[in-house]
Design a protein around this ligand. Sequence first.
Ligand SMILES: Cc1ncc(COP(=O)(O)O)c(C=O)c1O
Length: 413
Amino acid sequence: MQFPKPSAYAAHWAHDPSVVYLNHGSFGGTPRVVMEAQRAWRDRMERELVRWFVEEHWQAIDQARRALGVFLNCPWDSIAPIPNATQAVATVFANTRLSPGDEVLITSHEYPACQNNARWWVSKQGASVVVADIPFPIRSAGEVTEAILAKVTARTKLAMLSHVTSSSGLVLPVEEIVPALEKRGVRTLIDGAHAPGMVPVDLGALGASYYTANCHKWICSPKGSAFLYVRPELQEGFRPLALSNDAEKPKAGRAQFLTEFEYVGTNDMTAFYAIPDAIRVMGGMVAGRDGASGWTSLMRHNRELCLKGRDIICKRLGIEPPAPDGMIGSICTMVLPPHPSALRERLAQRPTKYHDALWDVLLEKWRIQVPIWTVAKTGHRTCRISAQVYNSVEQYEYLAEALAVELEAERGL
Ligand SMILES: Cc1ncc(COP(=O)(O)O)c(C=O)c1O
């Protein structure tokens, strides 16, 4: 089978052309022109660093917050810049006062770093983490809502759940779950690391207490450009993990929430300044279809491509889709056909640089970058595809063929 070409949009990215890159989900990917915009911000900063940090940094941050506020439909001054979603989650836990016996609810699909932070911060206060088990594969979004609400008790103080889960790649029905939890007096922390730019995000309508996301994933800004939204009435006394100079010197006319988060010690925040550039560039990448905005068209394009990729792989491997279409955005995780357990155990002993020797083989032999993960609890071996505008249908056909060939080769080992 011929090595597949990416789509024509790939010219906007600086990818290695010898690799079929099907893992936008892990670290995103920034178009060349957005990287140039970040360089321009850095050049401005480096011309006169003192003036930059005293006079101009705030304006650049506010400009980025305003663009995000429009994109996410929330007040611009509810948004704190933060390097990544992991730190945002830790920050929310650090600001959550719990008593012994209190409970924090999470799901079994939460990202490992977020689970680690939940356990660390919650156990320090003598409280406990309760896990709502979400099935995978899954038949309906309602199963998620049921699993979460079934675990709410009078001691539940906070619930953390992903908007789009990481390794299982599911869009969770947060629009249904958040109001149900908040109504029961449970504060909600939504880990939207993958969501903005993949699915519509309307923070005004959602009503979550806290929402964090990585703009570097599907908005395609540079790495280090995450945000933490804190609902206005929860901002008083809400502080970053580290306090800098202005913690003890509030600025006249500026909320302490803004002051403390926008300067947490010296840092290069050019990735955050470049968010409006990324929003503009990605929003203009795919021509609006049927009167839809550029962003709506881009999200639709990526989702349709992802569903096509899923269908190609499921058909070639003779497997079932993992979830209803409504729970799929631009990443999709499929459960690979299982091997007999003795073979599975032997295969798991093979050395790997990544997570599974199959991942290494796909990269080294086929030049495909795609994650292969095993779910510890169920033993399901999975493959998660991503679909960004630079990917092509031929790339999924090539992956399907590679998987079929390598899984067959494994059966003979
Ligand atoms: C759902 C989810 N949450 C949190 C994170 C953590 O992001 P970061 O490593 O940028 O903090 C990721 C990373 O992929 C993720 O997928």
